[in-house]
Every structure is written in C-alpha cells, then in structure tokens.
Design a protein around this ligand. Structure first.
Ligand code: SF4
Length: 144
C-alpha cells in the first residue's frame, strides 16, 4: 500500500466491506471525510468532543484497525484537532472506544518510523504457509 499498489477491488471481502460501510450508520455524523491522505469513515461531534468512527466488517483483526485509528488520531492531533476514536463493527453490534494516550502516541510514532524503514528495504520473502494470504486482496500480486 505504501507503494500505491491498490488491492484488487473485485475481491469478495473488499466488496463486502464496502457494502457494510455504505449501509451502516447512514445517519451518523459526516461520512467519508477526506483530510490529506486519510479517509475518515465517520466524523461526529458529541458532548463537545470530536469522535472519529472507523467501520470494520468483523472483529477478526481489530488490532490493526485500532492502530489505524490511533494513527488518524495522532495525525489530527498534530494538525491541532483533539479527537477520540471509536471502532464500529455493525454486524456484531460492537463499539470499541479508542483513546490516544501518550504511550500509544509513542508506539504509533515508532511504528511509523519502522514502516518507513521497511518500505525502503528489499522485498521481503513470503512464507508459503501463511494462512492469512488465502483471503487477501493482494493475493494475485504476491503469488502470481
Ligand atoms: S503476503 Fe499474503 S497476506 Fe501479505 S499481502 Fe501478500 S497475499 Fe496478502
């Protein structure tokens, strides 16, 4: 993704995610707010707080989704916008608050530095046993 390689848009899981995104929380806040290279699913003002909502199709891999949301919160903070986050999994009626603490801020900053090093490095080898590849929208690029 850092090299602007777009995942296959006809992947069934991408389509499902898009459908869930389009049909959930239709009346909640501003939808699909583009700021710089970030696309925020939902931006809401509630009790004088700015809440950034990120919609996910399942709670299967929320760790990465949480980091993504923390990254958005950090970028917004650096732009002078103090916000809180919420992960939304409509299918499972899950609402998980995400707060950018100082520890999380440091962790995300380090992660960003590590990613930059990774992106500049050589193409990593791929383990043929990776079960996560099966449903991945980059499958053709990695395995063709
Ligand atoms: S290695 Fe597997 S999981 Fe990673 S991008 Fe390629 S296909 Fe997807």
């Amino acid at each position: 993704m850092a090299h602007r390689i777009i995942p296959e848009q006809d992947n069934v899981f991408i389509e499902l995610g898009r459908l869930i995104h389009e049909t959930s929380y239709e009346n909640k806040g501003e939808r699909d707010v583009q700021i710089d290279n970030m696309r925020l699913d939902i931006v809401q003002n509630k009790d004088r707080k700015t809440i950034i909502g990120e919609i996910k199709k399942s709670s299967h891999s929320l760790k990465g989704a949480k980091d993504q949301l923390l990254y958005y919160l950090l970028r917004l903070k650096n732009m002078g916008v103090k916000a809180e986050g919420i992960l939304l999994v409509p299918k499972e009626k899950e609402r998980i608050p995400v707060i950018l603490t100082l520890d999380e801020e440091k962790r995300i900053e380090k992660m960003c530095k590590d990613i930059k090093i990774l992106v500049k490095g050589p193409i990593p080898s791929i383990s043929r046993k990776q079960s996560s590849c099966k449903n991945c929208a980059f499958y053709t690029y990695c395995w063709a």
